[in-house]
Design a protein around this ligand. Structure first.
Ligand SMILES: Nc1ncnc2c1ncn2[C@@H]1O[C@H](COP(=O)(O)OP(=O)(O)O)[C@@H](O)[C@H]1O
Ligand SMILES: N[C@@H](CCOP(=O)(O)O)C(=O)O
Length: 325
């Protein structure tokens, strides 16, 4: 479930009244997603022809001072033709508003569905869209540091403690231990950097057939190593459910699509095996944190860190072969 806050019909109508989008017709809570509350909102439209929007209420993990970065980036990318939803500004020109003590934003609705088992053609399209995003964001004026870098994963894992981590899966502490110090010691500092999405999982890409109709959920976006974003996307897209098997053709198509727009340098290619292990570790760390913070009977489905422990082991073993083929 992903509606954490109840908004009455009156609250919603009052809120929509601050935007030039016509009158509220309906608002349905969206089940997908785990971080924020989202509603699909229908209005009569500013021209009376009806319109749809996504209303997002920021619930957790988001520092409100970062909203101008996240929302401004959507407008910047959308203006440059990258398929991301633009934000709807209220009558005062603001891209977000407060409802009681929570921030909300009204966002353009884009069609499409998230794929569960991507084809190579779909992966290629995602690679192209990611490279477009990297190139189109170079002149975005605002900056945001990544607060989930290797030292942050290490801190999250140290806070959780090997004992508690072992209660999730007995194998997990040793998978982490055999890689973490290597990642901290060899993490590259001299690769090209840019704005990165940092969480471009299949559920954050909407597709119409083999076309990317929207990249969404920019709430981890920040400045970091550009090729790290490709590594995150590779880790997220190129495996069967649970991270059990690597899908060679999907991984290759993603890399090929990306490089058809932004060719990688030799140093970026050489770093990809380690960046992919780091990407897997980053999601292991936050999934462990969420797992231990979420009661087993909570309504939110906990995401299994082992899905990414398997991927981490894969890249340790076969990363060179995958990226240097
Ligand atoms: N701009 C959009 N257009 C259409 N659907 C959207 C849009 N933004 C979000 N959604 C829908 O809302 C769901 C949750 O959004 P998301 O931003 O991923 O939430 P969370 O941050 O909680 O994971 C998505 O899976 C998608 O179905
Ligand atoms: N993609 C991350 C979790 C972040 O959740 P999102 O719904 O905001 O994309 C993971 O799978 O661990």
């Amino acid at each position: 479930m992903a509606v954490y806050t109840h908004l009455s019909a009156e609250d919603l109508a009052r809120l929509i009244g601050h935007y030039d989008v016509g009158k509220l017709v309906s608002a349905k809570g969206i089940a997908e997603g785990i971080s924020n509350s989202n509603w699909l909102v229908e209005t009569t439209g500013s021209d009376g022809n009806g319109a749809r929007f996504i209303l997002t209420m920021y619930e957790r993990r988001i520092d409100l001072s970062d909203l101008p970065f996240f929302l401004g980036l959507l407008d910047h990318l959308s203006a440059k033709g990258v398929p991301v939803p633009r934000t709807i500004h209220d009558r005062d020109g603001a891209s977000s508003r407060m409802v009681d003590d929570k921030a909300v934003a009204l966002i353009e609705y884009l069609p499409g569905v998230s794929v569960g088992h991507p084809t190579p053609e779909q992966a290629r399209a995602v690679g192209i869209a990611l490279a477009d995003l990297h190139l189109a964001s170079t002149d975005f004026a605002l900056t945001r540091e990544n607060d989930l870098r290797p030292r942050d994963w290490a801190a999250i894992l140290a806070d959780a403690g090997a004992g508690a981590i072992g209660t999730i899966d007995r194998a997990l502490p040793s998978v982490i231990e055999e890689s973490l110090s290597d990642l901290l010691e060899h993490w590259p500092e001299d690769l090209p950097s840019s704005i990165v999405h940092a969480d471009l999982f299949p559920d954050n890409v909407l597709m119409l057939g083999s076309r990317v109709s929207a990249l969404i959920d920019f709430y981890f976006s920040c400045h970091d190593i550009t090729a790290y974003d490709l590594a995150v996307t590779h880790v997220a897209w190129s495996f069967t459910a649970g991270g059990h098997d690597y899908r060679t053709e999907v991984g290759a198509a993603l890399l090929e699509g990306y490089q058809s727009v932004r060719p990688l340098s030799q140093s970026e290619i050489a770093a990809l095996p380690l960046l992919a292990q780091g990407a897997a570790m980053r999601f292991i760390a936050t999934r462990i944190q969420d797992w231990l913070d979420t009661p087993a009977d909570a309504l939110v489905t906990r995401k299994d860190p082992m899905d990414f422990a398997r991927r981490l082991q894969f890249y340790r073993r076969d990363g060179e072969k995958v990226f240097n083929a």
